[in-house]
Ligand binder design. Structure first.
Ligand code: ADP
Length: 396
């Protein structure tokens, strides 16, 4: 088959090529070769002019002589690579330079190819064609990637809208369940069922909030409003929120805290982090077992632990479970519904506070989720929520 330029139009037909050479004869001869290959040609006699032509002529490939006065080709190449999108412009060095390390220098300056002078027409055209082909493929991959990123963004936005719109009907269900539970005529069996439904609705609410928060945090980060939280006054009220969920599983919740311990954190995010950990502790432990929070001062700050007597987390999964959508696989049917986003949210919150979260064994049985946050600033006069007199306590 004859693939000569006269017989069919190649994909790089008419591509704009910039020839940079201080030698007028070389420029003329390269122009002639390239025009015979159906390329458009512009020439520059030096680096300054070449850099100027980048924005006006917009070449699709540059043939660049290395040895030129004022600014050599290596420097021109380095400057092109430093420009926005300059990495993508194919550059072929041309040189009569015999120095043994000239190849290495051209490579370091980030040229794409290298030809020795005198340049032969077939070799030049083959090199240009293969670089232009690579460039086209690269552009196609880039376009495909941009397209996929757009689609992904649209999908995430749609997902966020749907999840956001689930919030209101879910709140209505929660309120309705509360009201039905408060009615005296409701039988004990129905009450137990109502509470289970209400607990499930709470868990769903937390899942929805986690999805929305993670989406927002990935876009703009978490907006923290830190204050000094007096833990021994605050922890009992937090556990109270889980009281009914714990009761319906005959679970024992308690807390233990160093007296007068304050933590510097965003109270709402910390609350949701701990509720996620407590919710998991209840979900993944047998009914009748214990879950408790311990809070201690450390040298660097405060350490909060949520401990349970559940089935624990296999060693090899301990780092992974903080990733999005990761759940520990169970044999057969998993009775707990979840999204695998709760711990990802907890990690985002810990990191936003410049802290750390991890899981270890609770001995002899269960898991201990540990959150370490940097030192709290000393409590200031007049700050709300003074520490309770009694440093430890419990909720049945
Ligand atoms: P979800 O609970 O919605 O699945 P999480 O991100 O909160 O998502 O938890 C990820 C996985 O980690 C859970 O699916 C579960 O397998 C495991 N896990 C979390 N907390 C505990 C725990 N206290 N005990 C045992 N396994 C847990």
């Amino acid at each position: 088959m004859n693939d000569g330029p006269l017989f069919f139009r190649r994909a790089d037909h008419g591509a704009r090529i910039l020839v940079v050479d201080d030698d007028a004869l070389a420029r003329r001869s390269l122009r002639a070769m390239l025009e015979r290959g159906y390329y458009q040609v512009e020439t520059a006699e030096g680096g300054e002019k070449a850099l100027e032509l980048l924005s006006t002529y917009k070449p699709e490939l540059v043939l660049l002589d290395i040895q030129m006065p004022h600014m050599d080709g290596l420097e021109v190449c380095r400057r092109i690579r430093d420009l926005p999108n300059g990495e993508l412009l194919p550059i072929i060095f041309l040189t009569g330079d015999e120095r043994p390390d000239i190849h290495a220098q051209a490579l370091r300056a980030k040229g794409d190819d290298f030809l020795r002078k005198p340049v032969l027409s077939p070799e030049l055209i083959v090199r240009i064609r293969s670089l232009m082909r690579l460039k086209r493929l690269q552009a196609e991959v880039q376009a495909e990637r941009d397209n996929l990123l757009d689609l992904q963004k649209q999908r995430e936005q749609l997902f966020e809208f749907i999840v956001h719109d689930l919030k209101n009907p879910l709140s209505a269900i929660q309120v309705g369940l509360e009201l039905m539970d408060e009615r005296d005529e409701t039988s004990p069996t129905s009450k137990a069922q109502l509470r289970r439904l209400r607990d499930t609705a709470h868990t769903m609410g937390r899942m929805i909030q986690n999805i929305l928060d993670i989406g927002r945090a990935e876009q703009v980060g978490l907006d923290l409003h830190k204050s000094s939280i007096p833990l021994s006054a605050w922890l009992p009220s937090l556990l109270k929120e889980m009281e009914s969920q714990a009761k319906s599983r005959s679970h024992i919740l308690s807390w233990d805290c160093d007296p007068d311990l304050h933590i510097e954190a965003d109270q709402e995010f910390l609350r949701r982090l701990l509720l996620n950990l407590l919710d998991n502790a209840l979900k993944y432990s047998p009914s009748g077992s214990r879950t408790w929070i311990e809070a201690q001062k450390t040298e660097s700050g405060v350490r909060l632990e949520v401990r349970d007597e559940g089935h624990g987390i296999p060693e090899e999964m301990r780092d992974q479970i903080f990733g999005k959508f990761v759940r520990v696989k169970k044999e057969g049917h998993d009775p707990h519904f979840g999204s695998g986003l709760g711990l990802a949210f907890c990690q985002l919150v810990a990191e936003a506070h410049e802290g750390r979260i991890w899981v270890e064994d609770n001995l002899p049985k269960g898991s201990a989720f540990v959150l370490e946050l940097p030192k709290a600033r000393p409590a200031r006069h007049g700050e709300s929520g003074e520490a309770a007199d009694e440093p430890t306590g419990g909720l049945a």
